[in-house]
Design a binder for this molecule. Sequence first.
Ligand SMILES: [Mn+2]
Length: 383
Amino acid sequence: MKFLHLADLHLGKSVSEFSMIRDQEAVLDLLFTLAKEEKADAVLISGDVYDKAIPSEEAVHLLDSFLNRLSQENISVLIISGNHDSDERLNFGSSLFSARGVYIAGKYEGSLQKVTLKDAQGEVDFWMLPFVKASLVRHYLPEADIESYDDAVRAAISACQPDPDRRNVLLAHQFVTGHGQDPEMAGSENQLPQAVGTIEKVGWDAFEAFDYVALGHIHTPQMVGRETIRYAGSPLKYSLSEIRREKSVPVVTLGKKGETDIRLVPITPLRDMRRIKGKLDELLDAALLTEDYIYATLTDEEIIPDAVGHLRTYYPNLMKLDYANSHTRAVMDFSFRDQQEKVSFKELMTDFYQKIRGGDISEQEWDILKGTAKEAGLIDETD
Ligand SMILES: [Mn+2]
């Protein structure tokens, strides 16, 4: 049994007001080709199919065409909802689609949907856990002792009772921690309606019954606890904080019970997201012209009027611009705590103003600063 593990497609997403739809179309093309070439039996999508509960027409069209092409190749597709998806809307047509090998579990209703696929070695049970909150599981399993989110996910899983003699795969879209360690987040998860919580997590040992756990939710590809519990990661970089992290897709082969092979295939995006750094003159070079998404850092000492406009002639997809020069270094070196002990707040602020603005602080500015610092408890009334 061979399958591709995908997650966090976030179809329809924009980053820094740039629509990623063409990039997403290209990456789905690439993933379809990979599935076909690998002769995969199935493609798993572990939630956050769409970026929004009401996805754009373009996003719906993309998913539709992806599913159609996979279905024509007789590749099964298993999809669960993520926290960005609307469970009801994602569920649309699911009972009809299952006849064509497209299985969607958008909504948790007290039990996990099980899909059984066959290969030469026998059958594999795929268990689908849509994104859940503790309150939802408590509602459907009133008998279970659920005090935490961890309890809730464990209760939802134990209700499904996988046969330990068969091969079992779980799809889940949750925050899973390894040996007392949180997974490394990519940054774009923070833009969730409610940030990935610190309390809402479940330990990896909740998944003992499964030969492979296909996770979604965290955008950095990584294993959690053991090799076979894994976040696929988003197929594209979805925030400037992800610039250094390359994306990949796990191609998973289940042999006999207990034999699991995982190969990470790197994903080459249509347009990369990357950082460039230098003086404006050096960067304005026709040879560097690119459609990549660019985070530019200028090392010029002075702020250059309309630097963005200039840069965009060579980097039309410039997303962010900042400076790294002696002024910004002065800000970086300026450690409030180090100096706090030695000098008064007023001296500290005067010094700060000198460094940043190259001038003195005005009476009016000082009054405002003093008031704010008192409110924040940085200084007391006598200062
Ligand atoms: Mn996501």
